[in-house]
Design a protein around this ligand. Structure first.
Ligand SMILES: NC(=O)c1ccc[n+]([C@@H]2O[C@H](COP(=O)([O-])OP(=O)(O)OC[C@H]3O[C@@H](n4cnc5c(N)ncnc54)[C@H](O)[C@@H]3O)[C@@H](O)[C@H]2O)c1
Length: 267
């Protein structure tokens, strides 16, 4: 690993207390970035920051509910106060709660859309305003939005989540067009089936609504029947792409969503 690949990058990662957000924050710091980890789970982010600093990296944490405009502005301000500026935002925070199509409630819609869709736009706006105020720099500012296989596909039990991740894709495309005048690129990546707490909970919820008979079956069944590589993934599987998108190697890219799904949704 190039320990200096991300030197000079000051990166804010949302939803960084666990799962993929924690994994990419640890990877960014190992490659020389200064990383601000933001989450509603303060104990979680504090522990990950400790892990990073124990390994010699530079990191800080801040409380952030991505649905709050006040929190989003404060998280960006904290990053700037600690590191001097912000160069990269990773919109990773996300939630899911499966329900079959005819069972979807207004509450289910509001919660998932609020965190995944509005939360992404909210943090994009807060970071972009700061990047714009910082003015032009030699390399592009970067916003990285975490989409999903469900940014390009939809299944009967996760329609709201799919709608929210299609919205994330729309914000990658529209954000790229809107923000390039401020030297900000917008890209993203779409994980497939990743073994994190989100999927462990999803697995339990899928049993509860009757989609699968027993816990653990959902991941194994999808791996066997729908993933070309015949295995589900782990947070470590996304760090290469998240690192690429934060680095100079992706400077001539904007408006793109890269799938990291072992060959599940190919378009
Ligand atoms: N696990 C998968 O299979 C999978 C697949 C495709 C996409 N994704 C997406 O990847 C991202 C990370 O997922 P994960 O599997 O690591 O999930 P996770 O549940 O392990 O971690 C998500 C983190 O987001 C935080 N969070 C939730 N709501 C928040 C809010 N309102 N404000 C701030 N933080 C909040 C949680 O506290 C948690 O630390 C999400 O956007 C998710 O939708 C996950």
């Amino acid at each position: 690993m190039d320990k200096q690949r991300l030197a000079g990058k000051n990166i804010l990662v949302t939803g960084a207390a666990q799962g993929m957000g924690a994994a990419i924050a640890i990877d960014y710091a190992a490659q020389g970035a200064k990383v601000c980890l933001a989450d509603v789970n303060l104990d979680g982010v504090a522990k990950v920051v400790q892990e990073i600093t124990d390994a010699g990296g530079i990191a800080t944490w801040v409380k952030l509910d991505v649905t709050s405009e006040v929190d989003a502005v404060a998280a960006v301000a904290h990053t700037v106060a600690e590191f001097g500026s912000i160069n990269v935002l990773v919109n990773n925070a996300g939630v899911n709660k499966p329900l079959f199509f005819l069972d979807i409630t207004r509450e289910n819609w509001d919660r998932i859309m609020d965190v995944n869709a509005w939360g992404t736009l909210n943090c994009m706006q807060a970071a972009a305003a700061q990047m714009k105020a910082q003015g032009k720099q030699d390399f592009p500012y970067k916003i990285i939005n975490v989409g999903s296989i469900l940014s390009r596909e939809a299944y009967d039990d996760v329609v709201v989540y799919s709608a929210s991740k299609h919205a994330v894709l729309a914000m990658i495309k529209g954000g790229a067009k809107a923000l390039i005048e401020h030297n900000i690129t917008v890209n993203g990546y779409g994980p497939g089936v990743v073994r994190t707490e989100l999927w462990e909970q999803l697995d339990r919820d899928l049993v509860a609504i009757g989609k699968f008979a027993k816990e653990g079956e959902s991941m194994d069944s999808l791996a066997e029947n729908m993933i070309l590589m015949k295995r589900y993934s782990y947070p470590e599987d996304v760090v290469g792409t998240s690192s690429f998108l934060a680095s100079a190697d992706s400077d001539y890219m904007t408006g793109q969503l890269i799938m990291i799904d072992g060959g599940m949704v190919i378009q």
